[in-house]
Design a protein around this ligand. Sequence first.
Ligand SMILES: CC(C)(COP(=O)(O)OP(=O)(O)OC[C@H]1O[C@@H](n2cnc3c(N)ncnc32)[C@H](O)[C@@H]1O)[C@@H](O)C(=O)NCCC(=O)NCCS
Ligand SMILES: Nc1ncnc2c1ncn2[C@@H]1O[C@H](COP(=O)(O)OP(=O)(O)OP(=O)(O)O)[C@@H](O)[C@H]1O
Length: 198
Amino acid sequence: MTLRVGLTGGIASGKSTVSAILAELGAVVVDADLLAREVVERGTPGLAAVVEELGDDVLTPEGDLDRAAVGALVFADPDARRRLEAIVHPLVHARAAELEAAAPEDAVVVHDIPLLAEGGRADSFDAVLVVDVPTEVQVERMVRDRGWTREQAEARIAAQAGRADRIAIATHVLDNTGSREELRAAVERVLAELVARA
Ligand SMILES: CC(C)(COP(=O)(O)OP(=O)(O)OC[C@H]1O[C@@H](n2cnc3c(N)ncnc32)[C@H](O)[C@@H]1O)[C@@H](O)C(=O)NCCC(=O)NCCS
Ligand SMILES: Nc1ncnc2c1ncn2[C@@H]1O[C@H](COP(=O)(O)OP(=O)(O)OP(=O)(O)O)[C@@H](O)[C@H]1O
């Protein structure tokens, strides 16, 4: 039987770092951010639907989704964000289900879903891992590693569930305020426990 694990955390909390460790340990990782890019690639029905909803201004001259423009729009306008999500999320969900179905029997399938606490699907997983750091650490990492301004970082955080709401859906909380080595040790412990339980 497949062990289905949900992985979430606020932006820049360390989800990708955790999913890379889990992949190294043999898990199949399904990355919702990656799928959210695929379903709006040039020429897709997803992209056509987004342009219909948000207008031609969200395209680059080459005809790709202008992610910076869309980000500036939707993280300043909750209504536009909801309209974008109403298009993208069902497409991501369908694709994630396909990838899970294609995973080997007895695989540990980890769904990396930034908005798991917002989307209300947490109950469908055998375990939910939440990567947790204080908001200030999220902001610092975005400014330090991604060159974002504080304002850009805070706008994105404001569009997400709060820390307490995420922790409320967790079966396991992974504290990522320490070193990467400490994080890896915590991930290994949790995975060993889940596999033993399954
Ligand atoms: C607005 C878009 C074009 C901005 O693209 P950009 O390249 O700047 O960001 P990217 O997609 O790499 O996302 C980075 C992080 O932003 C956060 N984020 C993205 N979308 C959202 C959202 N709708 N609400 C809150 N946070 C979000 C997540 O923490 C995510 O990990 C893009 O994020 C998008 O299409 N968002 C809507 C789809 C969505 O909800 N994706 C999240 C997981 S399915
Ligand atoms: N324990 C740590 N100590 C210092 N830096 C870290 C640690 N864990 C992750 N980072 C760094 O913090 C940043 C965010 O980590 P990561 O990309 O894994 O987060 P994420 O939650 O996947 O982000 P996003 O929501 O944007 O997808 C990265 O630059 C990463 O290298």
